[in-house]
Ligand binder design. Structure first.
Ligand code: COA
Length: 260
């Protein structure tokens, strides 16, 4: 990977990553492995976990997988306990499991809104809460994957905007409450990242060029841009950063999402 971090910056660390089999969070998991971490990964889809575990192990790493839905607290607690038992500790938790689709608010059902809030917001709380004792033992840290959708307003995304606003609140509140246990809590808010399922499903093709013209740095993001932010937050270089959500979007949110 093209980055400035030493291969060993996460040597000896154990990272528990939800949604860590694919997409942006899959990239974070792979980058953590490439920099020395052992991985515990959860996903709702077993086939994705099998592929990820095979990749990590073929490349000389250790990967423990658990099928689990972050909405189910008991399942999350079991996954955290199993990972803690397998590796003896957990140093880093990454909350990447998320749900998303486009829908105008006027057509979105209450259950559709609630489903995304349950996955993103309640799921993030569930994992943080279940990992608290483990993170207290290691003076560990949490990285929550958020978004920029709620900084202004994003049409067709009221559910995700509300859910991610909640995630940012969790990041700040836990940073304050758990700082005294040595636990740092931060977030990453990705902008439009190329080659992700989210971008393929959520960006209408006819808006692609218009959006590109509105990104100040002149390109779409890459998964490795998010990996680098996660490596920085996970490293000792960020040891005095807590309660912060780093925006990695090339400046895009500053221009909003209105294309007229
Ligand atoms: N548009 C409008 N409503 C939708 C929707 C869409 N594209 N997709 C789901 N919903 C609504 C459903 O209609 C349902 O509400 P209802 O009972 O009132 O009809 C509710 O959301 C739950 O849907 P369901 O499919 O039963 O939930 P699920 O738990 O199986 O999956 C998601 C929910 C959000 C994860 C699902 O949309 C999904 O699989 N998305 C693709 C994966 C993804 O989002 N990955 C994140 C990458 S950015």
């Amino acid at each position: 990977m093209n980055n400035v971090f030493a291969d060993s910056i996460l040597q000896g660390k154990v990272a528990f990553v939800t949604g860590g089999a694919t997409g942006i969070t899959g990239g974070i998991a792979r980058a953590f492995f490439e920099h020395g971490a052992k991985l515990a990964i959860t996903s709702r889809k077993e086939e994705n976990l099998i592929a990820k575990k095979q990749y990590i192990e073929e490349n000389g790493g250790e990967c423990f997988t658990v099928v689990s839905d972050v909405r189910d607290y008991a399942a999350v607690e079991n996954a955290i306990n199993a990972a803690r038992e397998h590796f003896g500790k957990i140093d880093i938790v990454v909350n990447g499991a998320a749900g998303n689709f486009l829908s105008p608010a006027s057509e979105l059902s209450a259950n559709g809104f609630g489903t995304v809030v349950d996955i993103d917001t309640k799921g993030t709380f569930n994992v943080c809460r279940a990992a608290f004792e483990s993170l207290k033992e290691t003076r560990g840290q949490i990285i929550n994957v958020s978004a920029t959708l709620h900084y202004l307003a994003t049409p067709m995304q009221i559910h995700v905007s509300a859910a991610k606003a909640g995630v940012d609140a969790i990041t700040r509140n836990l940073a304050v409450e758990w700082g005294r246990f040595g636990i740092r809590v931060n977030g990453i808010a990705p902008g439009p990242i190329e080659d992700t399922e989210g971008m393929k499903r959520l960006l209408m093709p006819e808006l692609r060029d218009k959006l590109l013209r509105r990104i100040p740095v002149g390109r779409f993001g890459r998964i490795e841009d998010i990996e680098n932010a996660a490596l920085f937050l996970a490293s000792d270089a960020a040891s005095y950063i807590s309660g912060e959500t780093i925006i990695v979007d090339g400046g895009a949110w500053l221009l909003g999402t209105s294309f007229s």
